[in-house]
Design a protein around this ligand. Structure first.
Ligand code: CA
Length: 663
């Protein structure tokens, strides 16, 4: 199946080879359309602050590696006029200058089933390269030197090279790179840059030591120089938030004298640290080694929603720190700021957005989409990938994890944020509008009062913030239920400036006691008075015996009537008011007991709650409510335990004391 397909794709090249001979054959001439505008696109509602002094040749790239598989799956792309149009043309018309494409050696199983992620071998890259070239954009070729995804988590060797020693593998990298690039060259593809490896954080093509990795990098670089002498040679790493490892990669490359032009980094703002840090690490590399630097992958969400029934990297429910709202404008502002940062790093040559067109195939159900992912490789991985990567792709195969980070909506129509590629050069500082409402958070003591904020922050389209009045949609009954529902987290919705507002209300039980569950691993500030000389009376670490956490207060004593003690705590600077107190106990073999929680005011017991012992893990909790503390009085809480003991002696555990305001 795969062989037929490739033969068809190669037909023009083969015909040409037959006429002109393989060596020094005349490459196909692709007629280039002049589509990248050299003027500002007018009339956009998108707010874009101009990136000052952006060099004319600054790379504004986009990776669309999955596009061939997307189109095969039935996806259609449109232009801003609502007409179906070649995706590459739409990208070029909106200021994209470079197209990036990943290349895997052989992402197919023995029966020709694709592993997914676009099934991108060099023949797929060739199709993408030709279309990019036709639209006047240069290609950035991203060799993974693997049969499937290579990233900081895995750098698996291609199956065909699995048994090679480093010498043979080096030769294989050289030959493969050379032949692959020659295919692109013969097909007339305008290649601007070639990456030797993808996110090669200390591993490449199954090699894990730099002494070997450097041979492979050298081999790839040599092949690139031979076939495309005018193209830039790039190396690519991830995790710039780890400045030390970046400095170490750059110094290794220098030590082994690897021939490259561009030190490229991934920068996903929700994982990879601040822009200030990114700027600092890239500046350091340029200033130390004189290399060009760039961001090779970045992306951001325009919506929290998943549209293809296959979970997303970020979005609803993900715990990433969010610097921009998940809106079309937020996506544009995020990218604009990455561009602004790299443009002002010395040696900074460009930014490439990752998979900006990987939208949902189909839309009705997981089953429908899954069938398309399997058939055309339009998901991140198909089940067929199990033969190569059984533990990850072979298990968790599915669709697009970045459909909410695309520049196209689920129906293939471009989002206004796509204009940012053009507008960063000129700016489009339209009147700022409220774009999203920042979430509010409230922590409320169960005994306190829920005071929802009267204003919330609107995130404006220019990324500034403005306080706006808010109306919360909550009834008196719902508020009452929150007071009475115990410790819990609620989301209250509201409306501010025509946008949805959210307030997360965390109802908590504040505890005025210190070390209330003995988790400090010591008794302090509890005061223990042993009244009958017990054998064991101490805080103990045993998570199985604790009511919560790891520690509890333990007692045991063999002789009859040798268990009698008090355990109490006097919190400092307790404000006057009404309080409630609770403490829990469990145990066994206690015989007759007299046990109670108590509260003292100025040393006099004013309230008690009886407690019983009834077996292992049968915790009994004593509550004392409505404790009135006046100004100047001292409040002490405690537990009195007296047990006669039977069999092998009375034993028990005390845990989780609580002193909280009472309503
Ligand atoms: Ca998805």
């Amino acid at each position: 199946m795969k062989k037929t397909w490739i033969a068809l794709l190669l037909l023009p090249a083969l015909l040409l080879a037959a006429c002109g001979g393989a060596a020094g054959q005349k490459p196909v001439e692709i007629e280039k359309m002049d589509l990248i505008p050299d003027t500002k696109i007018e009339g956009s509602s998108l707010y874009v602050k101009q990136v000052a002094d952006l060099p004319e040749d600054f790379i504004l790239g986009m990776d669309v590696s999955s596009v061939i598989a997307e189109e095969a799956s039935g996806v259609r792309y449109y232009n801003f006029a609502g007409e179906e149009q070649d995706l590459f043309r739409t990208l070029a018309e909106n200021g994209v200058t470079h197209i990036r494409v990943r290349v895997w050696n052989d992402p197919f199983d023995a029966d020709g089933h694709g592993f997914g992620g676009g099934n991108n071998d060099i023949d797929t890259a060739l199709l993408i390269g030709q279309r990019a070239t036709r639209c006047g954009m240069k290609l950035i070729v991203d060799f993974h030197y693997s049969d499937f995804w290579a990233d900081p988590g895995k750098q698996m060797v291609p199956r065909a090279w699995a048994d090679m020693e480093i010498e043979d593998k080096t030769e294989a990298v050289y030959q493969y790179t050379r032949e692959s690039l020659q295919k692109l060259k013969d097909a007339g593809v305008d290649v601007g840059m070639v990456q030797v490896g993808n996110e090669t954080n200390g591993a490449l093509c199954g090699e894990k030591i730099w002494f070997n990795i450097q041979y492979l990098l050298q081999a790839g670089s040599r092949a690139i120089r031979e076939v495309y002498p005018e193209a830039l040679v790039a190396v690519h790493f991830a995790n710039p938030e780890n400045a030390e490892s970046y400095a170490s990669y750059a110094s290794k490359l220098d030590y082994y004298n690897v021939d490259y032009d561009v030190f490229a980094s991934s920068y996903y703002p929700y994982w990879h640290g601040t822009l200030e840090n990114l700027s600092a690490v890239l500046t350091n590399i340029h200033e130390t080694y004189g290399k060009k630097v760039m961001v090779m992958e970045t992306s951001y969400a325009y919506t929290a929603e998943d549209t293809d029934f296959s979970g997303n990297t970020i979005g609803e429910g993900s715990s990433v720190t969010k610097d921009y709202p998940y809106t079309v404008q937020g996506q544009a502002n995020c990218l604009r700021n990455v561009i602004d940062t790299v443009a002002h790093v010395p040696g900074g040559i460009g930014v490439c957005y990752w998979e900006g067109a990987w939208i949902t195939v189909g839309s009705n159900s997981w089953e429908e989409n899954h069938a398309l992912w399997e058939q055309y490789g339009s998901g991140w991985a198909s089940s067929y990938a199990a033969v190569y990567d059984p533990d990850d792709a072979g298990k968790y195969y599915g669709g697009s994890a970045v459909d909410n980070q695309a520049f196209f909506d689920p129906s293939g129509h471009p989002l206004e944020s796509l204009r940012v590629f053009n507008l960063v050069r000129w700016g489009n500082e339209v009147e700022p509008q409220a774009d999203a409402i920042e979430d509010s958070r409230l922590t409320v003591d169960l005994a306190g009062v829920i005071e929802l904020p009267e204003t919330v922050n609107a995130v404006m389209t220019d990324d500034s913030k403005q306080a706006v009045p808010v109306t919360w949609n909550i009834s008196e009954e719902e508020l009452q239920a929150m007071y009475e529902g115990g410790p819990a987290v609620y989301t209250v919705l509201g409306e501010a400036g025509g946008l949805e507002a959210r307030c997360t209300v965390n109802m908590v039980e504040f505890n005025f006691l210190r070390n209330p569950g003995f988790e400090d691993g010591v008794l302090d500030p509890w005061v223990l008075e042993d009244l009958a000389g017990a054998d064991e009376l101490e805080v103990k670490k045993n998570p199985l015996d604790a009511k919560s956490g790891d520690w509890e207060m333990h007692f045991w004593s063999a002789a009859q009537d040798s268990v009698e003690f008090t355990l109490e705590q006097t919190p400092e600077e307790l404000p006057a008011g009404t309080y409630k107190y609770a403490v829990s106990i469990m145990g066994g073999d206690c015989g007759e007991t007299e046990i109670y929680a108590y509260v003292k005011l100025d040393g006099q017991i004013v309230g008690t709650a009886p407690l019983g012992i009834s077996g292992y893990n049968n915790w009994d909790t004593g509550w004392i409510r409505g404790i009135q503390l006046q100004e100047g009085q001292t409040l002490t809480v405690g537990i009195y335990v007296k047990a006669q003991g039977e069999y092998n002696g009375a034993w028990g555990k005390i845990d989780d004391a609580m002193l909280n305001s009472d309503r």
